[in-house]
Write a protein that binds this ligand. Structure first.
Ligand SMILES: *[C@@H]1O[C@H](CO)[C@@H](O)[C@H](O)[C@H]1NC(C)=O
Ligand SMILES: *[C@@H]1O[C@H](CO)[C@@H](O)[C@H](O)[C@H]1NC(C)=O
Length: 181
């Protein structure tokens, strides 16, 4: 084996190793999102990939780690939305809108204060599922009352949708994890 050959094969191996690494990190997110989207028509593939990919840790995560990342994103999103509603209701608003936002605040606040990550880490997936489902349901009720009343500016539509989509990601990953167990 001559020197030039061994150097070029070294580069080739290095290239393949890096390529493989990049590919497999993309795959866990892409594969998981594909499974989730296939089973849930509400969920958007790009939203899923973008959300889970937004955490630098997700590039070396397995499915369980990806679920934890999803759960953290979901909780941050939920809390962020609750905080946003708290700010909104302090403003001078049309009474009908204020009433609707107050209901949303109640709905969010009633399930907001629980950190679910210890339960997830302890693999208490049924408990996590129950809580996330309740949080998703409350965001949904908050959202739905707008469409029924109509004619109002819905300042929460996008945030509620984010919360609902992130919860769908978490619940979908839990389903896969428990199906395996
Ligand atoms: C909620 O999640 C969406 C989608 O991942 C993101 O764009 C948004 O910034 C998040 N908001 C908060 C408050 O975390
Ligand atoms: C797919 O959806 C069905 C019906 O909602 C559910 O029973 C099943 O557990 C889901 N599977 C996954 C992988 O999410």
């Amino acid at each position: 084996m001559n020197r030039a050959f061994s150097i070029s094969s070294l580069f080739l191996i290095l290239f393949l190793a890096i390529f493989h690494c990049v590919q497999s990190t993309n795959d866990i997110i892409g594969d998981t999102c594909q499974k989730l989207v296939a089973n849930n028509t509400e969920l958007n593939f790009d939203f899923c990939v973008k959300s889970l990919g937004s955490d630098s840790e997700s590039h070396k995560a397995n499915l369980e780690g990806l679920g934890l990342i999803g759960l953290k994103l979901f909780q941050a999103n939920f809390t962020g939305t609750a905080e946003y509603i708290k700010q909104l209701v302090k403003q001078k608003l049309e009474p009908r809108l204020l009433k609707a936002l107050s209901l949303c605040l109640d709905l969010y606040a009633s399930v907001e204060d629980k950190d679910l990550t210890p339960f997830y880490k302890a693999k208490r997936y049924a408990d996590v599922n129950t809580w996330v489902s309740a949080m998703k349901a409350n965001a949904d009720v908050c959202d739905k009352q707008y469409t029924r009343k109509g004619g109002m500016v819905p300042p929460l539509t996008k945030r509620n949708a984010d919360v609902e989509h992130l919860s769908a990601i978490v619940l979908g990953i839990l389903t896969i994890l428990t199906g395996r167990a």
